[in-house]
Design a protein around this ligand. Structure first.
Ligand SMILES: [Zn+2]
Ligand SMILES: [Zn+2]
Length: 684
């Protein structure tokens, strides 16, 4: 019976685990609705929040204990397929039979009983293990190949013997749990059919919630130890392995392919592995880890094989290479994320996966990142952010550690910057006219979603992956922590200045002396204009004059504008507060058809403008968003040539540092920009 099981709604047990989370993503990617079981609903919530593109297609139920599965019958209700990945796994037991073997068997029985009680379930797929296949006493020569027909000859008594090791007991738990499933199906003849998968060591990128790398699943944790220079290298018990993404596809295809009902597969890569191979891949692929990685010779057992071909052929997928798997695992990015608006002051360590690496992409290992007002408006939900968790930061500087084959402007090792825009179509009229910041397909550097569904995260993190167009070489003369804030705040000021003809002979006003405003003064001056700072009080007058301001107006003083009426060519307003803001006196400063450009974005309703306010001098008001790649490169060049010095306070990146920076920016307690530094102390 070839064809497809018509499934819509799938239950995944252990859905917040390493394999389970990949299975969930594969199902969602195929358009199915998914219910996950988890021991802690908070982890389920984290997974839902990390997948805003699948809102409404993923829900979780809490099952603490499959031996005592209150709620399992309800969980199964309405689903038409089940993937059971949950299983006790620990070598840290005091009673193997009670802690490993019996819970595994009871878990399988409970899920199958619940499935039989629900007539809509067509297929159940169970994650078993190669442990349930191998025979520890079978020795080559002659060469032999394990297949799905082989069973571990271990007896229940041997596995449950208190004197046996936890490794043997674990193998027993997998074997007898799987056997329970096949016996159940044979005896009870349920309406669903069963498929079991017996994978070996499983490696690959992490998509489930983990607080830190030392909380990884056992096999990945081994690879991390290798990356961190463990001495001596671990020795693999068996040379067989599979990439978790391939295993997830194998699960989903086992569920969907009608004709594979009743089969038992051993999905495994045809390539053998050793930890010495992993060490070599890591030291070749990650220059920053090279010195710490220990290289050894390890012999790989080639005396026997494992049949992964049958699964690949019948289920229809291909295997990742060990090299890609190791690289993609080590490549998982880490950052400091805000989990929700009410937690905006408490960023937490967070792992995330970048978008797939494209031909024009560059991976940047971050060394510094400015803290922008936008970070606060996003983290607090003030601008209505809906994407959580979010890693803020869009004034990023780092070193290119990987460049795509079509990249021409950056080489590995170059110091580069990434600003507040991460994507545009690069094909539309706006894009072709150096107005990519106005492209309809524009994506912000963080709190946005790529077309493939990947959530983009910002620079409070170890790395960022960016298209070459949005990655800028930083001129040698510029100091990293001073250059970082130019990439958003600097550009936001610079672009409207040059677009509105600011230069020698022009009189320019900069309203608001904060992060953007201080760049307004620095760049207006650098462009040769007569520059006035306009602020509420005179508290920042001395600073503004040091930045180069020729004049200073304090708006709380009576008749502050009258002396300068109709003398300004251009005003850049960087203030983002809108309460009590009276536009009229500002506009009165402008010459005939002078321009007032506002770049501060208030959280509230903004101002009311009547044509009558514009009529006295025929002035124009408008706004401006960031700037183009062309302007970014020009700005950096001018900054280097004229030795423009940003006013920056540095703060060490970390949960504490990011939280402090956000709070202080929120309170306006910064002169005039923070740059997060000391990245090497937080990230490997
Ligand atoms: Zn910004
Ligand atoms: Zn475009």
């Amino acid at each position: 019976m070839a064809g497809t099981n018509e499934l819509e709604f799938v239950l995944v047990t252990g859905a917040t685990g390493f394999i389970g989370a990949h299975v969930v993503d594969t199902l969602l990617g195929q358009g199915l609705r998914v219910r996950g079981t988890t021991r802690t609903l908070a982890k389920g919530d984290e997974m839902i929040k990390a997948r805003p593109q699948y809102a409404g297609k993923l829900d979780f139920v809490q099952i603490d204990d499959f031996e005592n599965p209150g709620g399992l019958v309800e969980a199964v209700e309405g689903v038409d397929g089940i993937i059971h990945t949950a299983s006790p796994f620990t070598y840290d037991t005091t009673n193997n039979e009670k802690e490993l073997i019996i819970p595994a068997i009871n878990g399988v029985r409970a899920i199958l009983e619940a499935a039989s009680a629900s007539p809509s379930v067509k297929r159940v797929v169970i994650t078993s293990s190669f442990a349930s296949v191998l025979d520890a006493n079978r020795k080559a020569p002659p060469y032999f190949t394990y297949t799905g027909a082989d069973w571990n000859p271990l007896s229940y008594e041997e596995a449950a013997d208190p004197a046996t090791s936890a490794v043997i007991a674990y193998r027993g738990s997998k074997k007898f749990a799987e056997l329970e499933a096949w016996n159940f199906v044979e005896k009870k003849k349920p309406a669903f059919s069963l498929v079991t998968l017996c994978p070996p060591m499983t490696f690959g990128p992490v998509v489930h919630p983990v607080p830190s790398v030392d909380k990884l699943n056992e096999s990945n944790a081994m690879l991390w130890k290798v990356a961190k220079g463990v001495n001596p290298l671990p020795v693999a018990r068996v040379p067989f392995w599979i990439d978790v993404r391939d295993l997830a596809v194998a699960h989903v295809e086992s569920l969907l392919k009608a004709e594979v009902g009743g089969k038992r597969y051993t999905p495994a890569s045809p390539e053998r592995f050793s930890y010495a191979m992993a060490a070599e891949i890591i030291s070749e692929g990650f220059p920053e880890l090279k010195d710490g990685t220990r290289l050894e010779n390890q012999t790989i057992d080639v005396s026997h094989g494992l049949d992964g071909e049958t699964a690949a052929k019948e289920l229809g997928y291909e295997y990742h290479s060990f090299k890609d798997t190791v690289r993609d695992l080590i490549k998982t990015f880490e950052g400091f994320a805000i989990s929700s608006a009410d937690q905006w002051q408490s960023p937490k360590r967070f792992e995330f996966k970048p978008k797939p690496f494209g031909d024009y992409d560059i991976d940047v290992k971050i060394i510094a990142c400015g803290v922008c007002g936008s970070d606060v408006h996003t983290a607090t939900g003030g601008w209505g952010n809906k994407i959580w968790p979010v890693v803020p930061g869009h004034e990023i500087i780092g070193h290119a550690v990987k460049v795509g084959p079509k990249v021409t402007t950056v080489k590995v090792g170059d110091r580069v910057g990434v600003g507040a825009q991460i994507f545009a179509c690069l094909e539309c009229d706006a894009c072709k006219e150096d107005n990519e910041t106005y492209c309809k397909k524009l994506l912000d550097t963080y709190a946005s979603i790529y077309p493939d569904g990947t959530v983009a995260h910002g620079g409070y993190s170890s790395h960022i992956r960016a298209h070459e167009h949005f990655t800028f070489a930083i001129p040698d003369g510029l100091q990293t922590e001073l250059a970082a804030p130019m990439l958003c705040a600097g550009l936001t000021a610079y672009s409207p200045l040059v677009r509105n003809g600011v230069g020698p002979g022009k009189k320019v006003g900069i309203v608001g002396i904060g992060g953007i405003g201080h760049y307004g003064i620095l760049f207006a001056k650098a462009l040769g204009a007569t520059t006035y700072a306009i602020s509420r009080s005179r508290a920042k007058e001395a600073d503004a004059r040091k930045m180069g301001a020729d004049g200073f107006l304090a708006t709380k003083e009576e008749n502050w504008s009258s002396e300068h009426e109709m003398t300004f060519d251009f005003i850049l307003c960087t203030a983002s507060s809108d309460d009590g803001f009276d536009l009229a006196p500002y506009l009165s400063l402008l010459k005939t058809h002078g321009r007032f450009i506002a770049v501060g974005l208030p959280e509230g309703a903004g101002w009311k403008v009547r044509p009558q306010s514009l009529i006295a001098n025929g002035c124009l008001i408008g706004s401006s968003h960031l700037g183009s790649r062309k302007e970014t490169l020009e700005m950096l060049k001018i900054a280097a040539e004229q030795n423009i010095k940003s006013w920056v306070e540095t703060i060490p990146v970390g949960e504490e540092g990011c939280g402090t920076a956000l709070k202080r920016v929120h309170n306006g307690d910064v002169k005039y920009r923070f740059t997060l530094v000391d990245y090497e102390k937080q990230f490997q």
